[in-house]
Design a protein. Sequence first.
Length: 231
Amino acid sequence: MARTLNRDVHAKRRAAYVDAALRLIQAKGYEQLSVQDVIAEVGTSKGAFFHYFPSKAALLAAVVDRMVEVATVNVTPVAGDPHLRAVDKLQGIFSGIAQWKSAQPEFQPDAVAELVRTWYSDENSIVVERMRAATAARLTPLLVEILRQGAADGSFSISSPEGTGSVVTSLLLGLQDAAIRLFIGRRDGTVTFETVLNTVTAYTEAIERTLDLPHLAWPVADEPTLRFWFG
């Protein structure tokens, strides 16, 4: 008789491999990571590993899913709040994530500096690219729904919520990439805070123009938050 799958046990064991892979990617980079490394970290067998993941690439997909889920955990409730205006939803999603991170010990600037350097090293380029694509896939449908709401109530002057959602997602991901480079530059002393302000302002203006919003109608992040990260 076939054994009944215990979903909770299965999920916990699968999560253990993802946890181990995250630690090892941070320590040595994805390119140097082997399936045997993960097996040794978890303390299991090769057969057990392949029961959960058919390949290293499948494990990478699970790692990326975990990272995107953590990064966007507060996004869906804000996007679905029936009491918020569309503009407030947009601002709440992105400035709220930045402010939430600043309150978490593991996201303090000193603690995160070396982590950022590791994740954005050449050895982890495939991880970063996969995470960027997964974030876009998760974020764009939420933005489209917000843009539909804004187009319906006159908050946004746009002809295509779907097309505009893709454009805004690209701008936000571009801002994220720029922010990481600026963060590292500030830690190295090669970037001024004025450059940070100018860059964030430029992206903010691009988003405002895309949505036909008044200037400073939707700040991506306020100055205290920027100073926390880049001051």
